[in-house]
Design a protein around this ligand. Structure first.
Ligand SMILES: C[S@@+](CC[C@H](N)C(=O)[O-])C[C@H]1O[C@@H](n2cnc3c(N)ncnc32)[C@H](O)[C@@H]1O
Length: 357
């Protein structure tokens, strides 16, 4: 099949999306699309367009100019009308209520366990079971804060109903590991606490608005090895993101890391948004009142670096998901990052993390 024929094939077989070019993935295009940083793994690159409906998922697809410009036009169109400032304020003030309503409706059925956690974030795998024996956790009775006696502390922000926390605990028998999880939604945290694997000797879930600079966290600065942000920064108002990351980074131990995965610019979810849902550029309100932002690589770089962290990974994960029954192609864009606090950084107090923007 010639290149031209392959392009034609895609054009005619993708009626629901106006992308018209074939997606190829070569080591060279991967390298270029990620500014020289290769993604950690390529499971299934799409090498033969005829086989697109043979699998549900193709990894690391590449976008060409035409797709990019098509997506840009869709986003321009859905962003022409912005919600009024009164409405914007309402969604900010009541964000917890919308997430509570979301979890009251969906309970623990909406998000799936993050089983890819250890392949994408291999750093977390080093704390996995090394044998089938599990040691007893240390007694927590005379701790001044939960997890004080642990040697490895992981904090998941926006933990929802525990789809990351429980796989982490279940894959682990290290008695010196402690996992914290917070969420804006009291309903979500209640569901976490009712889970059969919730053990206060190993984890601590609490309600907190991480974008509120006055929120008290139950551990001291410079005490965390990892902070996990999975599809949560996108729910925060863009002008609060930098202070949020700055404040969080003050809780990292020197050498500690932020592990991040979230929506990327022009993800299918952004292109499907209709007019009248835009709060500000690339930030939208969903039908259920929850909010979502779509990131560009450079924006994330700027946020994390301004917060005093150094990049270890920042790559755009572009996939093609296929609905074989309906013969639909869905182009997903996620961004995955790893940022580290310099091992020689002196601990910062929470009061002096609000630098100039
Ligand atoms: C898209 S869900 C992702 C949940 C979970 N991280 C996962 O991947 O399954 C976003 C979560 O972030 C929480 N969230 C939104 N804004 C927050 C904030 N300011 N502080 C803490 N959690 C927040 C929501 O309540 C929701 O549980």
């Amino acid at each position: 099949m010639s290149l031209k024929q392959i392009f034609k094939f895609f054009k005619t077989s993708a009626p629901s999306l106006s992308y018209s070019r074939c997606i190829f993935c070569t080591s060279e295009t991967l390298k270029n699309s990620n500014n020289g940083k290769r993604p950690p793994r390529v499971n299934r690159p799409l090498l033969d367009a005829n086989k697109v409906f043979q699998f549900n998922n193709w990894d690391n697809v590449d976008w060409d100019e035409e797709m990019e410009s098509d997506a840009r036009k869709k986003v321009e169109a859905n962003s022409t009308i912005k919600l009024s400032s009164d409405e914007q304020e309402k969604y900010e003030k009541d964000a917890n209520k919308y997430w509570d309503a979301f979890y009251s409706q969906h309970q623990n059925r909406f998000f799936k366990d993050r089983n890819w956690l250890f392949t994408e974030f291999a750093e977390l795998a080093s704390h996995r079971n090394s044998s089938s024996d599990s040691a007893d956790p240390e007694t927590t009775s005379n701790e001044t804060y939960p997890g004080e006696k642990a040697s490895t502390r992981i904090f998941e922000v926006g933990c929802g109903v525990g789809n990351t926390i429980f796989p982490l605990l279940e894959a682990n028998n290290d008695p010196h590991l402690f996992v914290y999880g917070c969420d804006l939604s009291a309903t979500a945290i209640q569901i976490v606490k009712e889970h059969s694997s919730y053990d206060p000797n190993r984890c601590h879930a609490f309600v907190a608005d991480i974008s509120d600079q006055q929120t008290q966290l139950p551990f001291p600065p410079a005490s965390l090895d990892f902070i996990i942000l999975i599809f949560v920064l996108s729910a925060i108002k863009p002008d609060k993101m930098l202070d949020t990351i700055r404040r969080l980074s003050a809780y990292l131990k020197p050498g500690g890391m932020v592990l991040f995965r979230d929506y990327g610019r022009y993800d299918m979810a952004q292109l499907r948004i209709k007019k009248g849902k835009c709060l500000e550029d690339n930030f939208y309100i969903r039908g259920d009142g929850t909010r979502v932002y779509f990131f560009k690589q450079d924006e994330l770089r700027e946020l994390f670096v301004k917060a005093g962290l150094a990049e270890e990974q920042c790559y755009v994960d572009r996939r093609l998901q296929v609905n074989r029954g309906r013969q639909l192609k869905m182009f997903r864009v996620w961004i995955q990052c790893k940022y580290r606090l310099n091992p020689t950084t002196l601990p910062r107090s929470i009061d002096n993390v609000h630098g100039s923007k």
